[in-house]
Design a protein around this ligand. Structure first.
Ligand code: FAD
Ligand code: NDP
Length: 317
């Protein structure tokens, strides 16, 4: 039972940010305790990469590596250097005074430093047919999956009208024969510069006031069924790929507003730093990053968080 067990550093999360922080903290002899979650937010321990297949852009794996295997290896590296891992989801934290209190199913833990790397969850629409065809043509990350062979020279669809959707649609024109953007209103939410990039690209067509209603295909995606929400007109668009770009939800609910976030819930940190406004609390990875959202950038922030936490602890002693 972990009631009031005291730690120098606790890391919450299990993606590339958490495990990189753990490797650095363990090698700095801080003996980190890491809570990896148990289906936290519906995602297995290991984070978002456990929901994908091939990862081709993480350095060190020239032939690519399966997402779950990459995360197994990161976890093994954390353990190898002495991280203690608990397969539990942190339910609540108390950050009002130091040491911080962390509430998990096995008890309450106190810690001098805390790294929050609980990631974000890509929003999905859960259309009829989606569960069966997920990762068989349907993805929530064009930058991650767009270059896969199944999308080459094939018609692709992007849903969303924000900066991500515009960026992803532009990116996908490198691979697909055409890209159709489904925008539910008659305007894009994206910045003017992004809008221009999309609207001037001959390979992108925008269907305004259009919503997806269903996806279909035998063993892989073949059609996206759509409806114009003004005219009611329905059509089936041929598509080998469907990419959701309708936003992410950062996993910050368990913090109950104790740390400053932006208006969409992403944790805020100091410039060029993972330090939050609360001394001793650091945030790394997708939980604080709504722009880059890559495994390698999350890992980089995990490294920064551990180094900054180490410096913080040294200053306290
Ligand atoms: P995450 O990977 O988001 O993991 C955080 C995890 O922490 C959560 O999933 C959960 O398991 C755990 N957790 C959450 N809350 C709690 C809690 N309260 N207590 C304990 N544990 C908790 N990036 C690439 O670079 N290349 C790719 O090819 C690629 N492909 C992708 C494919 C898909 C389908 C998706 C969705 C993303 C992909 N990404 C890819 C993006 C990449 O997965 C993320 O940028 C990266 O995983 C972010 O890492 P993170 O460490 O911030 O946290
Ligand atoms: P946003 O929340 O900005 O946009 C989400 C888009 O998806 C909106 O157009 C929204 O429509 C649409 N949408 C949401 N739910 C649905 C649904 N169920 N069906 C159809 N459409 C839906 O998310 P982004 O990921 O695009 O951006 C997040 C933040 O990151 C923003 O602040 C953005 O500026 C920033 N960002 C910046 C980048 C850059 O500068 N290069 C790149 C990527 C992101 P509606 O408009 O009708 O609400």
């Amino acid at each position: 039972m972990g009631t009031d067990t005291h730690e120098r550093i606790i890391i919450i999360g299990s993606g590339p940010a958490a495990h990189t922080a753990a490797v650095y903290a363990a090698r700095a002899e801080l003996s980190p305790l890491l809570f990896e979650g148990f289906m936290a937010g519906g995602v297995a321990a290991g984070g978002q990469l456990t929901t994908t297949t091939e990862v081709e852009n993480y350095p060190g794996f020239p032939e690519g590596i399966q997402g779950p295997e990459l995360m197994d290896r990161m976890r093994a590296q954390s353990l190898h250097h002495g991280t203690r891992i608990k397969t539990e989801t942190v339910a609540k934290v108390e950050l009002g005074s130091r040491p911080f209190r962390i509430h998990a199913p096995s008890g309450t833990y106190t810690t001098d430093a805390l790294v929050i790397s609980t990631g974000a969850t890509a929003k999905r629409m859960h259309l009829p047919g989606e569960e069966r065809l997920w990762q068989k043509g349907i993805s929530a990350c064009a930058v991650c999956d767009g270059a896969l062979p199944i999308f080459r020279n094939a018609p692709l669809v992007v849903i969303g009208g924000g900066d991500s959707a515009c960026e992803e649609a532009s990116y996908l024109t490198k691979f697909g024969s055409s890209v159709t953007m489904l925008v539910r209103r008659d305007e894009l939410r994206a910045s003017k510069a992004m809008q221009k990039r999309v609207l001037n690209n001959e390979k992108i067509r925008v269907l305004w006031n259009t919503e997806a209603t269903e996806v279909s295909g035998e063993d892989k995606l073949q059609y996206v069924h759509v409806k114009n929400n003004h005219s009611g007109e329905e059509q089936k668009i041929e598509a080998a790929g469907l990419f959701y770009a309708i936003g992410h939800t950062p996993n910050t609910a368990f913090l109950e507003g104790q740390l400053e976030t932006d208006e969409t819930g992403y944790l805020l940190t100091m410039p060029d730093s993972t330090a939050t406004a609360l001394p001793g609390v650091f945030a790394a990875g997708d939980v604080k990053d709504k722009v880059w959202r890559q495994a390698v950038t999350a890992a980089g922030m995990g490294c920064m968080a551990a180094l900054e936490a180490e410096r913080f602890l040294a200053e306290q002693e």
